[in-house]
Design a protein around this ligand. Structure first.
Ligand code: BG6
Length: 475
């Protein structure tokens, strides 16, 4: 890998603390950061370099859901030697002059600007890049990493993308959706297209329906200021959930390249049918008492909807999605429920007509599980549900964190698992109509599976949500 300087705007913010700094540590641990790589944190809070190093170490030692391993002293020594801090107000030209001077002293021309800030600040930051000649330099490469929210609807997303395009070319812009970096999601492509035996079953002849559950057992915590302006459907539906569906439903790319993989993801988004009348919005009891949330907030903390892919292969296969906060448990999975052929040998035996199901467990207990029926041992003609499972924890190598994976891709200049602007626009084209006739969210009890209306959505079609079992791939 080539040396580079990484500038992390918003280094004291939530995203940097929970995801980006831990990912940089992991990259250092795996010796992926080349020798002369420098990392500059940028934020408003005044701090000396030493204070900043102490701050980063404290963050790294604070365990979080996705980063809870030990911090090794020798790795930290290497990382701390390359980190530096530049304090300043993002509106102040002096900040960018200081940044330019710092970058000029680095022994590399390559730059990654990671703007982990509110999008409202982008245009100011980019104007200063332009003034100081940072955005489009002749020597080395310059890349920009941005994250959601990329707009709050189609129009604002297009405006934001147009703003990015004013300063950077498309091959410089890395729009990060961390779900695309999840090992368990990337593995769906290998599972489907690296094996020959599953793909022939992936169609409306064999599949009864598909279910997606993305549940979290915790609330919005300290994030009310952001969350109350977006709600669940915009927070995870427009991006993570739709990306999960693209990988599950896409046709085989002609090759493993950015262009070919992105093209197939785009095709799925073009054919996914929004069904506004199916949408259920929920809000957990007590949400309006959360910090920075309005008393009469109508923000959704849960949503469920039905959709379908309008292609010859999948037409007629209903897809049900539910996601939300403060639900029964934290679990994300996609399940393909297969049709039950009427001529099954054991149709007269109890549970003899139970469908086979294939579960892609994204987290926790990561793995892929095939639910089958097997003979109850003994002389009686009985059947029982069994599971054939591939579990990540049985692999010798560790699961890589999504941010670690994607930052490494950005360093290498690989955009395969980043979004392009067409994808973002298509995501909003799907989501916008779901909001068009949005009803007031229905209140639900923390610890439940959301409002009853979400159960009705499937009941109407003679189906029910499957209970995501934490026994799969349990350690
Ligand atoms: C983020 C959302 O993008 O994704 C959060 O803003 C959500 O609200 C999170 O909790 C889920 O990501 P993960 O990787 O923890 O499933």
């Amino acid at each position: 890998m080539q040396n580079f300087s990484l500038v992390l705007f918003g280094v004291t913010g939530n995203l940097a603390q929970l995801k980006v700094l831990p990912a940089l540590y992991d990259l250092e641990d795996k010796k992926i950061l080349p020798e002369k790589t420098r990392i500059f944190g940028v934020a408003r809070r005044p701090m000396s370099r030493e204070e900043f190093q102490a701050y980063v170490l404290k963050i790294l030692k604070t365990k979080n859901r996705h980063h809870d391993h030990e911090i090794k002293d020798e790795v930290w020594q290497r990382l701390s030697a390359r980190i530096d801090y530049i304090a300043g107000d993002f509106n102040d030209p002096v900040l960018y002059d200081k940044l330019k001077t710092a970058l000029d002293t680095a022994q590399t021309q390559n730059r990654i600007f990671y703007v982990a800030t509110y999008p409202q600040l982008y245009s100011t930051i980019f104007d200063h890049f332009r003034r100081t000649g940072q955005h489009n330099r002749e020597e080395g490469w310059t890349r920009l990493l941005v994250e959601k929210p990329i707009g709050t609807d189609l129009k604002s997303a297009q405006e934001l993308n147009a703003l990015l395009a004013k300063y950077f070319s498309q091959d410089q812009i890395y729009r990060l959706d961390h779900y695309l970096g999840k090992e368990t999601l990337q593995n769906i492509l290998t599972f489907r297209f690296g094996n020959g035996i599953f793909e022939p079953l992936m169609n409306n002849q064999h599949i009864d329906h598909i279910q997606v559950t993305a549940a979290e057992d915790f609330g919005i915590g300290e994030r009310g200021m952001y969350y109350d302006t977006v709600g669940a459907l915009r927070d995870v539906g427009q991006n993570h959930i739709l990306q999960m569906l693209t990988l599950l439903l896409m046709e085989s790319p002609t090759e493993f390249s950015n262009e070919a993989v992105t093209k197939e993801r785009v095709r799925v988004l073009e054919k996914l049918v929004p069904m506004p009348s199916s949408v259920v919005f929920g809000q957990y009891e007590g949400y309006s008492q959360e910090k920075h949330v309005g008393q009469d907030s109508k923000t959704d903390t849960f949503f469920a909807f039905k959709t379908e892919l309008d292609t010859a292969r999948f037409k007629g296969v209903p897809i049900y999605v539910r996601a939300g906060k403060k639900l029964d448990r934290t679990v994300t999975e996609m399940t393909i429920v297969f049709k039950t052929p009427i001529n099954r040998l054991f149709k007269d035996v109890e549970s003899g007509m139970e469908p086979n199901a294939l579960v892609f467990r994204i987290q926790p207990n990561e793995g892929i599980v095939l639910k089958i029926l097997s003979k109850t041992p003994g002389r009686e003609k009985g059947l029982e549900e069994s599971y054939m499972q591939f579990c990540y924890h049985q692999l010798s190598s560790q699961l890589h964190d999504a941010y670690e994976q994607l930052i490494a891709d950005a360093i290498e200049g690989d955009q395969t698992f980043f979004n392009d602007e067409i994808e973002i626009a298509l995501q909003w084209k799907f989501i916008d109509p779901l909001f068009a006739n949005a009803a007031t969210p229905v209140s639900y009890k923390p610890g439940s599976w959301g409002p009853k209306q979400a159960d009705q959505l499937l009941k109407k079609d003679g189906k029910k949500w499957l209970d995501p079992s934490l026994a799969f791939c349990a350690l």
